[in-house]
Design a protein around this ligand. Structure first.
Ligand code: ATP
Ligand code: MG
Length: 580
């Protein structure tokens, strides 16, 4: 038996949104009232390790872990690894890492469906012996033809009435590796005329001579997902098996398999072998998948985007993967709050990306220290300061939270401001610096632009400005200066590069049937790279955080992967306001 019960499901850094009721929470409350599972609530998150987790998976993770946690229950992490051709250890590791990062702790050890292969094989033998499963020689194509369609019943396989002895012998020979891939399969004997195609003698085992990332070459037959999932749930003593709506039509099969096995032998094979109460079979409940506009969630397409270099890997900050979102600067709390606010329903709906934006802005606004960073620098010479002028200005790290402390920001004769904060002649509504105009440097003095220095082709090279030394922390005498702009000392600032990200797709539904290829609707400006940026030196201090609000520009996060190559790189998580 697995090492279990490391305590009840728990999470770290709890998200701060309140929980709301939903039909799953209500069902669990009712089951507890009815004492259905002897008061137990035990869920699981069952990813297939065939890709990285995405924001849709986060919804399922949050749901499974929080409903367990709320009821002093347990939540397992189980890799549903029955299709070795598409799975790998890289994905296993990334998935574990993502779940821990989100702040959830699974019950005991990580589980693998593959560690139940021997049990699954034994249970299949039970079905064969009770005349409920048979070895079928139809090829994949023939089996498809025999299966019928939504409007036509299927036809019985010519092998359906094989004797139990013959089936047992053939199944053993399948296991022993005597047949080539596809030569035969083990199928449940249910009903070829069922209106539910999943019940038309579904395949339980296929022959595949292929290595498995966990079991190596031990097996050459692999159980199907449907056969494996319900039994794995039962073995782990799961009570509430929560999955997405596409499995609704598989629920009769889930129940059929479990109800056609000997319940005492399931209990004996399970984590509950020593449990005193009645063993009650798990029950599947479906909820709607998370869909987000302007986003593709679906491992198959995401993998294609990675494989065809549409993005720079699974952790590209534009990807809706947890690895990408983490690099982009999303916090675990923001994702958990988002999942909670989206809710859990039984019908499909598309969530507006604005809700995710709101969740991350809300969290970062509260928790990010402020700093100044100039993205597109324009040199400003402060003419009335001495060459070696160096003044340390004291600024609050957060406008609403004194506890976040203060920092010192150096002012020198040469500073940079953002190119977009200067217009020689003001356009309508422009309130920042113009020729002969005044503006306040944030946290510092009011300056006046006396001279615009241009290059031969008329481009602006630098500005010469004079400082009104009587304006530190006070209003200028006798006039109003409206604009406030950010700035950085050119001598003391830290050079860095910045990635500005935007949504990957230009259309609300990139998966729409009208779109032949998602590559046709890619946003050409989803990544803008700026290499001449300059930030105040505090961001390079030892022990400095990796997330800031760069004033007036948005929320940014240090990209540790890129920064490891030498140059400091920050990713913009999100601008301060929605530009769409
Ligand atoms: P994809 O559709 O991206 O290929 P999947 O369902 O094949 O995902 P699994 O690894 O099988 O991926 O998923 C693990 C769990 O996450 C399952 O219980 C699945 O129902 C759930 N899940 C997957 N996608 C979503 C989603 N968009 N919203 C909510 N839950 C999801
Ligand atoms: Mg799946």
């Amino acid at each position: 038996m697995k090492d279990s019960n490391s305590g009840s499901a728990h999470s770290q850094g709890a998200a701060d949104s309140s929980t709301s009721s939903n039909f799953i929470r209500n069902k669990i409350a009712q089951d507890l009232k009815d004492n259905k599972y002897g008061g137990r609530v035990h869920t699981r998150f069952p990813p297939e390790p065939n890709g990285y987790l995405h924001i849709g998976h986060a919804k399922s993770i949050c749901l499974n872990f929080t409903v367990a946690e709320e009821n002093s229950g347990l939540c397992n992490l189980r890799f549903d690894d029955t299709n070795p051709a598409k799975e790998s250890q890289e994905y296993v590791d990334a998935i574990k890492n993502n779940i821990s990062w989100l702040g959830f702790a699974w019950n005991g050890e990580v589980r693998y469906s593959s560690s139940y292969f021997a049990h699954l094989y034994g249970f299949a033998g039970q079905l064969v012996k009770s005349g409920k499963a048979y070895v079928c020689d139809l090829s994949a194509d023939q089996a498809r033809e025999f299966r019928g369609s939504l409007t036509q019943p299927g036809k019985n396989s010519p092998n359906r009435d094989r004797s139990v002895e013959e089936n047992l012998e053939l199944f053993e020979r399948m296991r022993a590796g005597e047949f080539v891939d596809g030569a035969c399969s083990l199928r449940a004997k249910i009903d070829m005329a069922s209106p539910n195609i999943n019940m038309r003698d579904p395949v339980l085992y296929r022959i595949r001579h292929i290595e498995h990332h966990q079991t190596g070459s031990e097996w050459c037959i692999y159980p199907t997902y449907d056969y494996t999932h319900c039994i794995s749930d039962a073995i782990e003593g799961i009570t509430h098996s929560l999955c997405t709506l596409e499995f609704e039509d598989h629920r009769p099969l889930y129940d059929w398999i479990l109800h056609n096995l000997d319940i005492e032998s399931i209990k004996a094979a399970s984590d509950l072998a020593d449990f005193d109460g009645d063993y009650v079979l798990p029950e599947q409940t479906e909820f709607a998948k998370l869909k987000l506009n302007y986003t593709i969630v679906g491992k198959r397409q995401l993998k294609e985007m990675v494989d065809t270099n549409v993005v720079d890997g699974w952790d590209d900050p534009r990807m809706p993967t947890l690895a990408g979102m983490r690099r982009r600067g999303f916090t675990p709390a923001s994702i958990r709050n988002f999942c909670e606010s989206v809710g859990v329903a039984r019908s499909d709906s598309v969530v507006d990306l604005g809700m995710l934006d709101h969740a991350i802005r809300d969290d970062l606004d509260k928790h990010s220290p402020r700093a100044m960073c100039v993205l597109r620098p324009l040199l400003v010479v402060l003419t009335n300061l001495a060459e070696d002028h160096l003044e340390n200005l004291d600024m609050a790290n957060h406008p609403k939270n004194e506890e976040m402390g203060r920092r010192s920001v150096p002012l020198s004769k040469q500073i940079v401001i953002d190119k977009s904060d200067f217009e020689e002649v003001a356009s309508p509504g422009f309130k920042r610096l113009v020729a002969s105009g005044e503006v306040r440097l944030r946290g510092a003095y009011v300056i006046k632009c006396d001279n615009v220095v241009k290059g031969e082709d008329g481009e602006i090279l630098e500005l010469h400005c004079s400082v009104d030394m009587d304006t530190l922390g006070k209003k200028p005498e006798g006039r109003k200066v409206k604009g406030v702009i950010h700035w950085v000392s050119r001598t003391k600032g830290i050079p860095l590069s910045v990635n500005l990200y935007d949504r990957l797709f230009t259309v609300e539904n990139p998966e729409s049937k009208d779109i032949e290829d998602f590559r046709d609707v890619l946003n050409a400006d989803s990544l803008i790279r700026l290499d001449d940026c300059m930030a105040e030196p505090s961001i390079g201090n030892e022990g400095a955080t990796d997330k800031y609000q760069f004033e007036r520009e948005g929320y940014f996060c240090r990209d540790d992967k890129e920064s490891a190559t030498g140059r400091l790189v920050f990713n913009r998580t999100i601008p301060l306001r929605d530009s769409w």
